[in-house]
Design a protein around this ligand. Structure first.
Ligand code: NDP
Length: 464
């Protein structure tokens, strides 16, 4: 145990997206700031989340791209994929990005400690293993989340998104458990890379929480991509024999494979953080409970990002971190507005979504108008692919404001960024329609849909 004691205005625990932004900005406002990180500077998004995942999405996209190119006259024979090349290139870029985060923190004057931090009181933090102790004016918890464990027999033979970026070789047959962001994205990635892929989901349609048309569209596209989607099933056990695995489902079905990836959600990373010692209130899921300004029930302790279990997205954590720095060390007290945050799911084709789903809008406003289109994009008339796109607008009937936009299309994540501006600005359907189309694009559909969608009375309702 060391007798080293330092004082800082702000101690940040966790050098991911939210923590780094808050630390840098607070230091730039003149605060003395220290940050601790027990894994790697950059956090989940940079090290084992959004960025390496997106490289894999690009890699997988080429697989189908080579096939489709034949329809356009390309002779793409003898195409091979080399996993080791992808992993090495990805690792090199992640190292570079982590280095940039490190340099930016250093340039802002933030002291970095690459060890674990534990809160020992409302204004004290201890580093482990060095034993260095800090007294601090404020503490910011930005420790993110960690994959949920389910506790079945043989779970130790499975991987999560923590390990998937470092596999020595590409699986031959992977079973993925879950139906959320990570499960759907990796099912698409592995299928695109030519891996035999099976998705196990406990309900009937993936991407619960999204608009039902997005859910059914993505579900069907996964199947079209060749993913075997097994619904209403849970993993009971995973048995290992040499390099082979057997997944035992509670439906009585067994599936042989060589890799099992659990993507059954993430839980706030608060274990051993000292929250009880400091008296910080947590929710049943272990999330740090905060008010709109990120402040906990202990006035000197704040939290931002996934650890608060609000919206677990990088840009949200960054905005929460920035609002914290502005409010506590700058000259502008404000909070981040969590409404109408756009999101993307990088399946193939990907999803873009902002605002309310049809179901939620109906619950909130009663009377709503729906405009939607499902179509084969121009590109695929020659490529031969059966892939389809879906575009949908949810409009509040009373004032014709567009309150939700839901897309599944090649460029959906790019389009939705711009559509989110219109939704956030509260533009009406007539104002969307006044905007002249860009032709020929898929996105032009968004300003050309004139016919209200009338549901078929025999149509199934919202799935669970
Ligand atoms: P999600 O919450 O998106 O999905 C979790 C999935 O696991 C759901 O399908 C859920 O089923 C299922 N599940 C939960 N508990 C169990 C259980 N006990 N047994 C079986 N299945 C279970 O989590 P992810 O891990 O996919 O992603 C975590 C978060 O990270 C996301 O919510 C998102 O905010 C963020 N993220 C964002 C990405 C992006 O922006 N593109 C990409 C990846 C992650 P059910 O539907 O029944 O609840």
């Amino acid at each position: 145990m060391s007798d080293m004691t330092d004082h800082v205005d702000l101690f940040v625990i966790g050098a991911g997206s939210g923590g780094v932004r808050a630390a840098r900005m607070s230091a730039q406002y003149g605060a003395s700031v220290a940050i601790a990180e027990e894994f790697r500077i950059g956090g989940t998004c940079v090290i084992r989340g959004c960025i390496p995942k997106k490289f894999m999405v690009y890699a997988a996209g080429y697989g189908e791209g080579f096939e489709e190119a034949k329809g356009y006259g390309w002779l793409a024979d003898n195409i091979r994929f080399d996993w080791a090349t992808l992993i090495a290139a990805k690792d090199q870029e992640i190292d570079r990005l982590s280095g940039i985060y490190r340099r930016n923190l250093g340039n802002a004057g933030v002291s970095m400690y690459e060890e674990r931090a534990e809160i020992t009181g409302p204004n004290t933090v201890k580093l482990i293993p060095s034993g260095r102790i800090f007294t601090c004016g404020k503490i910011l918890i930005a420790t993110g989340g960690t994959p949920r464990k389910l506790g079945f027999d043989g779970e130790e033979h499975t991987i999560t998104s923590n390990e998937v970026f470092h596999l020595d070789s590409i699986p031959k047959h992977i079973v993925i458990n879950g139906g959320g962001f990570i499960a759907c994205e990796f099912a698409s990635i592995f299928a695109g890379l030519g891996v035999k892929t099976c998705l196990i989901y406990r309900r009937d349609t993936v991407l619960r929480g999204f608009d039902y048309d997005i859910r059914t569209h993505v579900h069907n596209e996964l199947i079209r991509q060749g993913v075997r989607v097994v619904t209403h099933a849970n993993i009971k056990a995973v048995k290992k024999a040499g390099d082979d695995l057997q997944v035992v489902l509670d439906t009585g079905v067994n599936i042989d494979c060589d890799q099992v990836m659990m993507a059954t959600g993430r839980v706030p990373a608060t274990d051993g953080l000292g929250l009880e010692t400091a008296g910080v209130n947590t929710s049943r899921s272990g999330a740090v409970m905060v008010d709109e300004f990120g402040q906990t029930n202990i006035s000197s302790i704040f939290a931002v990002g996934d650890v608060t279990d609000r919206i677990a997205l990088t840009p949200v954590a960054i905005r929460e971190g920035a609002a914290f720095a502005d409010s506590e060390f700058g000259d502008r007290r404000h909070s981040f507005d969590h409404r109408d945050v756009a999101s993307a799911v990088f399946t193939h084709p990907p999803v873009g979504s902002v605002g309310l789903s049809e179901h939620d809008a109906r619950e909130e406003f009663g009377d709503i108008d729906i405009y939607k289109a499902s179509f084969r994009p121009l590109r695929h008339t020659l490529s031969g692919s059966a892939e389809k796109y879906m575009m949908k607008l949810v409009v509040r009937a009373s004032d014709q404001v567009v309150v939700g936009v839901h897309l599944v299309s090649d460029a959906a994540p790019e389009i939705i960024q711009v559509a989110a501006i219109a939704v956030k600005a509260g533009l009406t359907k007539a104002e969307w329609d006044e905007t002249c189309a860009v032709h020929p694009t898929a996105a032009e559909e968004l300003v050309l849909m004139r016919e209200k969608y009338v549901p078929d009375p025999l149509e199934d309702g919202e799935a669970v």
